[in-house]
Design a protein around this ligand. Structure first.
Ligand code: SAH
Length: 236
């Protein structure tokens, strides 16, 4: 009898978790078709990556019900996981290739890093809030990503040791583009960064490095959490 009960309970647990995973998957597919593709993201590799990455794994338990809504969601410490459409757009804009080494500034939940990790060789991601660096690291491991390295530091300085980068993705809004990031972008590389202050409209800016010079283009007005500095006297 005990065995039978254990079997039935076990069966129900598996059934509930499969049903749960299925409903999340359905919501994720709908988000990709009805919002992300519908709003103009066309790169099929990027759309496939958005279909594969389980955003709910990067969101704290009490917010998980919002995982497949197209909006930022709080992840604690005053920070947010970015809106899926913006994650897809920023990923598409840097034109990821399988041999790319990518730098992300602002690991946060780890979600954007996971989307990039589906498409490139290696992602280096920097996070200034220590518990979030830990969270991102843990979540990326749980989700099975072995090609992402997370570091706790002030991302203003980039990650010199692994430069130059084929692409740089910055997910916090900076008053200006940090010069070390420009330096660490390879020739022909692309950087996407929200520029502007906390209280004014920010612009998502695409930077392209060509013949040692930088070409910039405003892509879209956006709203990101601020790029903070470890040194409060940095004059930022
Ligand atoms: N890419 C994240 C978005 C997180 S929001 C995701 O997919 O979830 C932006 C993140 O940038 C926050 O976690 C914030 O703590 C971090 N951040 C802000 N200033 C930073 C800096 N100077 N260096 C590194 N990370 C920074």
């Amino acid at each position: 009898m005990k065995r039978l009960i254990a079997f039935v309970v076990g069966f129900l647990c598996v059934w509930v978790s499969v049903a749960e995973a299925d409903s999340q998957e359905e919501a994720r597919m709908r988000l990709v078709e009805e919002t992300i593709a519908a709003r103009g993201v066309t790169d099929s590799d990027v759309l496939d990556a958005m279909r594969r990455v389980q955003r709910h794994l990067f969101i704290p338990e009490d917010q998980v019900r919002h995982a497949y809504e197209d909006r930022p969601v709080p992840i604690g410490h005053g920070q947010t996981i970015s809106q899926p459409y913006i994650v897809a757009l920023m990923t598409e804009i840097v034109q990821p290739k399988p041999d790319f080494r990518v730098l992300e500034i602002g690991a946060g939940s780890g979600y954007q890093a996971a989307v990039l990790a589906e498409l490139v060789d290696h992602v280096y991601t920097v996070e200034i809030v220590p518990p979030l660096a830990d969270w991102a690291q843990e979540r990326l491991k749980l989700a099975g990503y072995t090609n992402v390295t997370v570091r706790h530091a002030d991302g203003y300085y980039g990650w010199e040791e692994h430069a130059p980068f084929d692409a740089i993705v910055v997910t916090a809004a900076a008053p200006h583009i940090p010069p070390p990031l420009l330096e660490q972008l390879r020739e022909g590389g692309r950087m996407i960064i929200p520029v502007g202050s906390r209280f004014r409209t920010q612009q998502l800016v695409l930077v392209e490095k060509q013949d040692g010079a930088f070409k910039t283009r405003n892509v879209l007005p956006v709203r990101f959490v601020p790029f903070t500095r470890s040194d409060p006297d940095s004059g930022w």
